[in-house]
Design a protein around this ligand. Sequence first.
Ligand code: 9WN
Length: 445
Amino acid sequence: HPTSHGTTLTDTALGDLAADVLRANDMGGWTKAAPLLYPHQWSWDSAFVAIGWAQVDVRRAMTEQQRLFEAQWANGMVPQIVFNPLAGPDSYFPDPARWAVEVSPDAPVGVAETSGICQPPVHAIAVARIWEVAAGTEAEADVRAEIRTLFPKLMAWHRYLAEHRDPSGSGLVTTYHPWEGIDNSPRWDAVLERLEVGDVPAYVRRDLSHVADAGQRPSNDAYDRFLWLLELLKRHRYDDAAIHRSYPFLVKDVFLTSVLVMANQALLGLADAVGATSSARAEIESWIARGRSGIASTVDTETGLAYDLDLGTGTPVEIRTFAGLCPLLDAESGDRDRALKNLDSEAFAGHPDLRWAMVPSTSPLEECFDPRNYWRGPVWPIVNWLYWRGLRDGGDLVRADALREASLDSLRHVGFAEYFHPVTGEALGSAMQSWTAAVALDWLA
Ligand code: 9WN
């Protein structure tokens, strides 16, 4: 399990260790999310991983994204998982057979198999960061050429989220499944609780053998519900219109939407780099405006937190998690001041018991706070990277620097764990998690 490196570890040594993690998980053109627990290419992991590769080998960073987008669906969706054909069916569950995405006419053929859902769109943010690193170096021309081929694919991806995932034009992206990023977050408890779980074909969980104890992962009951939803998505042939018509897990996701706003801002920068048309620019700007007003509509007047909207009941999901701070991901959000107060408060990074002043996945003040269980309490470094970016882009340099320092200090002590205990700093989940190493490399740059 991860070693504790202590405060004596220099920045250079930390960076070397992080680069070693990426190299160890490198499959040649794409990177496993983790050595054993996650032996495939995950969508938002690969975006963070590309940000890390940019500091090691900027061309390799672009390849990471090109490989992911080879598996993009015909409707523009970038799948949550691109399966490693060499990993074998017992390496991870659910496997391609369970997803059976060939029921959809949009699933890719002739490339690696994929799952049938997606994850937060960090990719344009990653590519813009790669471009920043490459500009002015000998790699500039090559990277620009790569971005030119990727740009229309990024447009199609964002269009998928703006249109297929928001048929009513609310400005808010609908999520269909906890595996779209924040697995067992208490944000989903109420809607999962309401499910009437039908027949789920028998299955064996593969994840539990790769963590020290089952208490760090979602419960078996949660897995049954996740897999029942998978069966329903499959019955709908992964068709967004059919899913929006009748399906029991439809949540307007404030975090996904805010990442999309940030990613669209990055995409505008890339539009300049590749000399995109004015109509492409106008389309991106319209997505930003819509997303921004969508998020504004979710901010609770009393607490200043952004709450997801449960479309099943038409009510906001009033749970304090990191997602509630998402106005901070938009430099021009009108709700930043209150979000900053929440960030500093005891409900989040200002809680006196926290070992480092970082954003925990779920507020320590929530009754369901569970500091060793996955998205129900532990700190996830990648989430803190996004908030660090949001603080910096919004001009809050003092807070941004403090968050970066706290995060680097945590990584020196914890190592490159998937997530960690917010109070004790105990490393949790997988060791040698690629995206954790990747954000360390970017913070050190
Ligand atoms: C399901 C790979 C992924 C991350 C997710 C994280 C976790 C998978 C799992 O690992 O989810 O996608 O099996 O638990 O929740 O955000 O992308 O690191």
